[in-house]
Write a protein of this length. Sequence first.
Length: 207
Amino acid sequence: MSHSVKVELLRSPEFYWKKACDFTQRQGGFTAVEIAGCASGVANSTIRTWAAAMVRQGELKIVGSRPSTGGRTAPVYAIVKIRTAAPAIRRPDFIGLQGRAQQQMWNAMRALPNFSLDELAVAASTEERPIRRNTASRYVAHLTRAGVLVAVKPPLKGKKGHAGAVAGIWRLLKNRNSGPAAPRIHQCSFVYDPNRDEIVGGSEVFS
């Protein structure tokens, strides 16, 4: 009589989720490298892709950062709500309004050599999702502080009751044009680059 033996697959999203729950409960969080170290023959980039999808879906959150190789800063993830069943990975179209706005602005930034806030808002707007100047201003401010953008011409406010205000001009730095996925603004206003799986502009630990 033959007996079937259930063997746990050490390279599946279910396994990654199980280890993520363990690390979250034991030490409050984990890096992609830690999960890859527990898996069988899985590249760090595979775990980074899975973690980025889980962050986008709200299943993981970034709670801090740790120094990584090459002078980079690796995100520390934690499970938002621990449960046994691993969440399925949804298609990228299931992205929130804020995420769509940031993606549209990022696409425009990568295409424009230089831009003002008004130019960015116009270039990034679509019929389905128009971009307001204030929305562009907030995103530009975050990316400038993180060193992703540079102010070619800093904006100047006119004196009260007088003319003289000057619109700022920005440019995306070539070495920060890391890929098609838009940098995202997370809690505590830090910037996460999903293309490189790193926190941009600092290595502070957030809680």
